[in-house]
Design a protein around this ligand. Structure first.
Ligand SMILES: CC1=C(CCC(=O)O)c2cc3nc(cc4[nH]c(cc5[nH]c(cc1n2)c(C)c5CCC(=O)O)c(CCC(=O)O)c4C)C(CCC(=O)O)=C3C
Ligand SMILES: [Fe+2]
Length: 375
């Protein structure tokens, strides 16, 4: 038996994710959940609905979360970490409110939240904290005793998040035809967000102009590119680019888009590209449609050899990283001095989001941060 690990004061981990449709009838109600009050043009919604219908109305995200749950439970059991793992979503069943209600009924008092986004941003961090506050308010109105909720720090620079992606890029390079391999460029992709959200992603006091979102992604990209150079002995030029833009056309979002980038690289005589979606923790619809369908079609049209490298998904090294982060945070909360594991220039991200971190357009209560109205 391994030495038992200690999660005290936590008595549960909550995997908090986006959720996705599981069949054609779910697509429209799912999109209504996602876009409620968010001002996304109707045309864009129709288009995104088509992406889901192309895959039978099924998003890959729920099965990926089921696989991650299994990987986490297996890893915790193998390492003697006695901590039940729950799962709740923002936009589809199992809904966060229902899961938190179940957790309260099970007597969970101190919950640690793992969100399926590795970086700071309104969409990837504060919006999840708003979802937690909204669900807690519902439970409070039902007269339930509320658990205290904390959120795990951003894990973009944790070795267990990086290593599976490094391996993925190496595999994609090896998979390219030999005559173009050495000249291949790496295109790291992430979700585009409005420039205004990027600029205020935080904490801004720490990251300054441009905000945390882009800086964190650049650090992750550089770490992967450095490791790939070390391993192959070849310097593959790289750039951070964006995908999955939505919103109204007159509002500036992060650019360039991956498809424009492929065109530019091709025009400059680059012989091959590996697209590495480091902004996504698993092969979401954005990866399956925007990269594997749309960007690959663009590359085909250009006659440019491309490969798309793997996301971390349910890789056992990622599950192990989460276990390490849980044990680390438990020790910190217990007042013990711990070394926080992180690579790169930015160092470990904050445990508790400060007041005003990644602000919303219209302020709303957010739990699991310094400005939480809950204990
Ligand atoms: C930064 C970021 C992440 C990464 C962090 C994280 O993982 O949370 C992410 C994840 C995801 N986004 C997803 C789906 C959608 N996102 C939308 C809309 C938007 N996303 C935004 C940003 C992000 N989104 C933004 C700024 C908008 C505009 C509207 C708004 O300000 O809210 C829309 C509406 C239609 C459209 O406009 O595309 C859909 C359907 C799915 C599920 C995929 C699946 O089914 O596999 C996942 C994992
Ligand atoms: Fe999104």
């Amino acid at each position: 038996m391994p030495v038992a690990l200690d999660a005290h004061p936590y008595d549960a981990l909550l995997l908090l994710s986006f959720g996705g449709p599981e069949g054609p009838d779910d697509v429209v109600p799912f999109l209504e959940n996602v876009t409620r009050g968010r001002g996304i043009p109707k045309e864009r919604l129709k288009e995104v609905g088509q992406h889901y219908f192309l895959f039978g109305g099924v998003s890959p995200i729920n099965d990926q979360n089921r696989a991650l749950l299994e990987a986490l439970r297996k890893d915790f059991a193998e390492h003697g970490l006695d901590l039940p793992v729950y799962w709740g979503n923002r936009n589809w069943a199992p809904y966060l409110t229902d899961t938190l209600r179940e957790m309260a009924a099970d007597g969970r008092r101190r919950v640690l939240v793992l969100a399926t986004s590795a970086y700071a941003s309104y969409s990837g961090c504060r919006q999840y904290r708003e979802n937690l506050a909204e669900s807690l308010a519902t439970l409070q109105a039902e007269g339930l005793e509320l658990p205290r909720v904390d959120k795990l720090r951003h894990y973009f620079n944790h070795p267990g998040f990086l290593q599976p992606m490094i391996d993925g890029v190496l595999k994609s390079l090896a998979d390219l035809p030999e005559d173009v391999r050495a000249g291949a460029y790496l295109a790291f992709t992430t979700h585009s967000i409005p420039n205004a959200s990027a600029d205020t992603s935080g904490p801004v006091e720490e990251h300054g102009d441009g905000g945390a979102y882009v800086k964190q992604h650049l650090d992750t990209a550089r770490l992967i590119a450095d490791a790939v150079r070390e391993e192959t002995g070849t310097d593959h030029p790289w750039q951070l680019v964006y995908q999955s833009r939505s919103g109204a056309p007159h509002i500036p979002w992060l650019e360039p888009d991956i498809c424009d980038h492929l065109e530019a690289l091709h025009g400059a005589g680059v012989p091959a590209v590996v697209m590495a979606p480091l902004g996504f923790v698993s092969d979401h619809m954005e990866v399956m449609y925007d990269l594997d369908t749309e960007a690959k079609a663009k590359a085909e049209e250009l006659g440019l050899p491309v490969r798309r490298s793997a996301t971390v998904g349910a890789d056992p090294r990622f599950a192990a990283a989460i276990r390490e982060l849980v044990v680390e945070r438990a020790a910190t909360e217990s007042g013990r001095d711990v070394r926080l594991c992180a690579l790169g220039d930015l160092g470990p991200s904050h445990d508790v989001c400060p007041v005003g971190c990644c602000p919303a357009r219209a302020p709303k209560p957010a739990a699991a941060g310094a400005d939480s109205p809950y204990a």
